[in-house]
Design a binder for this molecule. Structure first.
Ligand code: TYM
Length: 331
């Protein structure tokens, strides 16, 4: 059975993009993989986080993941800082990775913007730690949204360079599992920006804890253009907001964008938004309700993470110890 590793930053409530791009696949992959899912709090502090909020969000995200169908008994769910192997292998990878490679990372450029000098060194070496997350378990498959593709290519470069430098076939190749549709859900306010937990406008995203009224309101206010929906996908070109809403509908209904347009092409956005709200409510509200129930039992959530961290450490410890031996640390 192949081993899966994937992570999410506990920096807010998971949004629809996290769900369609990643979490929904995590749930499905549990059927035939050994899965390790991680709340990456070490990554979260690469930008400022209020300490108490970070703790709360770690629990809240645990609740959402359980509500969405992650099975913490058959698989592993934990927070990254609880397993020291990540930071130890991350440091080794800081020394394997090259500045030239990091300089090409588009996510760093997007996040740091023009004000590079004022960002943390952690944000810059962020992808090295991601590589460590995966390779500390020798995981071979990583389900992520499209925005993580470049980071996984870098992880493969790091693994190869490590193997080459130390003359061993130690770390395996990693395969990114990116969904064919919904790999990049865009903001509801701007179809050219990706939907994100950290967008200052809550109107830009559907959160996985939104109730039916909130979802209806956000979709009603979602930016569109004045034209009716096209009847064919070619008509979505240069209409990023229309494309995004059609993609969301398609992903939730389990059909293609062409099939959505066969049903709704020619309609104005009013009736289409009503139909979209319906499929969204069906997908999100049960998760939101179960999340609220789980949040009433924070001790249970803590126990799930503690148990997961113990089992994660058992897998990672011998692998990272061997990596440390390979680089020459005295044991
Ligand atoms: P994060 O927390 O930004 O996002 C978690 C997952 O959600 C996906 N995603 C999206 N998919 C489609 N449309 C969107 N708008 C959208 N926004 C987010 C992301 O691709 C991701 O799969 N660096 C990672 C966390 C991480 C990780 C890892 C992932 C740390 N170590 C090791 C895999 C393996 C991140 O910031 O995810």
């Amino acid at each position: 059975m192949q081993r899966i590793f994937s992570g999410i930053q506990p920096t807010g409530i998971p949004q629809l993009g996290n769900y369609l791009g990643a979490i929904r696949n995590w749930v499905a992959l549990q059927a035939d993989h050994e899965c390790i899912f991680c709340l990456v709090d070490l990554h979260a502090i690469t930008v400022w986080q209020d300490p108490e909020a970070l703790r709360q969000q770690t629990l809240a995200q645990t609740a959402v993941l359980l509500a969405a169908g992650i099975d913490p008994k058959a698989h592993i769910l934990f927070n990254q800082s609880a397993v020291t192997a990540h930071a130890r292998l991350g440091w080794i990878f800081n020394c394997v990775s090259r500045l030239g490679w990091l300089n090409r990372m588009t996510q760093f450029k997007d996040k740091a913007g023009k004000d590079r000098e004022n960002h943390s060194a952690g944000l810059y070496v962020y992808p090295n730690l991601m590589a460590a997350d995966i390779l500390a378990y020798k995981a071979t498959r990583v389900p992520v949204g499209d925005d993580q593709r470049q980071h996984l290519e870098l992880a493969n470069d790091i693994a190869q360079k490590f193997n080459h430098d130390y003359g061993v076939e130690f770390f395996p190749a990693i395969e990114a599992l990116i969904p064919p549709a919904a790999a990049r859900i865009m903001s509801l306010r701007d179809g050219t920006k990706k939907m994100s937990k950290s967008d200052p406008s809550a109107q830009s995203r559907i959160e996985m804890t939104d109730d039916a009224d909130t979802i209806a309101l956000k979709i009603r206010r979602a930016k569109t253009d004045p034209e009716p929906l096209p009847t064919e996908t070619a008509g979505l070109q240069d209409r990023p907001e229309a494309r995004n809403l059609v993609d969301i509908y398609a992903a939730l209904a389990g059909i293609t964008a062409a099939e959505v347009l066969a049903r709704h092409g020619g309609e104005g956005f009013g009736p289409f938004k009503t139909a979209l709200t319906e499929v969204l409510v069906q997908a999100v509200v049960p998760i939101a309700e179960e999340t609220r129930r789980l949040l009433d039992a924070p001790d249970h959530l803590r126990a799930v993470l503690r148990d997961g961290a113990g089992r994660a450490a058992e897998i990672a410890e011998p692998i990272v110890s061997e990596a440390e031996r390979l680089v020459g640390f005295l044991k």
